[in-house]
Design a protein around this ligand. Structure first.
Ligand code: ATR
Length: 278
């Protein structure tokens, strides 16, 4: 019987996940399909019951349901539990629903795909302390990056994540700006500059050292104002697209036990994004 998967969220129409997963099913000759389903917050419980009844093998969860879905699941993977957010649900062989979070691990896979996995001793600066930054902070720690600093407009939120991690330091944006030359990897996880085409950086890159690895989690546009500024200072830039592709690939692997070809998918998405953003 054909298996089926889904992504639930609000809004959902612009999700690139269906094309990506259906492409992988075709490439790997897997008899399955993946569909987007528009689910509003007040419909979440009913939507999960329907996904179960109708036999979905698993699904992705996007904004605004990543935290709200947790009470409806039977089990959580260790990292999803720490992060307090789920983006992937697996229907296990005994019909139970298990939640995972592949966003943070997706970022680490993408970083290591771009610059190798020999950077774990470097001092990492994470800018932002919202849901995305939180997931990346826990994943970095899990994969052995132990030298972590978090800076955020609201410093108390950065301090809270550091407290939960049990290691690292929190800084104000002004302090981080002054000490920018101390970091070997800088990761932009805020939504600064996303609204209404406004151009703003969460902090100045004046003190950025040449050769620093600078990543952004936003992938549309592919080269964000933050990455463009970093590129001018000869940083090694890592776009947010890899994180998106790898969070999907890790979810796919949880469902089907196979890691799909991410290189090919990334190239296809880069072409699409360049066409749609020009
Ligand atoms: P997400 O789930 O994408 O992480 P979020 O939880 O709303 O979204 O978090 C947004 C992040 O962007 C926060 O770190 C926020 O800073 P505050 O915690 O101080 O609100 C940060 N952010 C948003 N706009 C910003 C701006 N103009 N300058 C600096 N940081 C900004």
């Amino acid at each position: 019987m054909k298996r089926w998967f889904a992504v639930i969220g609000d809004p959902i129409a612009h999700s690139k996940s269906p094309a990506m997963h259906n492409g992988w099913f075709d490439e790997l000759n897997i008899d399955a399909t993946y569909i987007p389903i528009h689910v509003k917050s007040e419909q979440l419980e009913q939507a999960i019951a329907s996904l179960k009844t109708l036999g979905a093998s698993g699904w992705n969860v996007t904004i605004p349901h990543k935290q709200a879905i947790i009470p409806f699941l039977d089990e959580l993977d260790e990292m999803a539990e720490k992060m307090g957010a789920v983006n992937t649900v697996v229907r296990t062989a005994d019909g139970k629903l298990k939640g995972y979070n592949t966003d943070g691990p997706g970022f680490v896979h993408s970083l290591e795909e771009a610059v190798g996995d020999g950077q774990k001793e470097k001092s990492v600066l994470l800018i932002g302390a919202g849901g995305a930054a939180r997931g990346i902070a826990f994943a970095l720690q899990f994969y052995g990056y132990r030298n972590l600093t978090i800076t955020n407009r609201t410093v108390a939120k950065a301090e809270e994540i550091i407290r939960e991690l049990g290691e690292g330091q929190a800084l104000s944006l002004a302090e981080a700006e002054q000490r920018l030359d101390e970091f070997g990897i800088i990761i932009q996880c805020t939504s600064a500059g996303l609204a209404n085409g406004e151009f703003s950086l969460p902090l100045s890159l004046e003190k950025l050292q040449q050769g620093t690895i600078v990543a952004d989690i936003v992938y549309n546009p592919l080269m964000t104002p933050f990455l463009l500024e970093a590129q001018k200072k000869d940083a090694i830039v890592v776009t947010g697209l890899g994180m998106f592709v790898h969070q999907g690939a890790i979810a796919f692997n949880h469902w089907l036990g196979q890691y799909p070809n991410t290189e090919h998918t990334t190239k296809k998405l880069i072409d699409e994004l360049q066409v749609t953003t020009c």
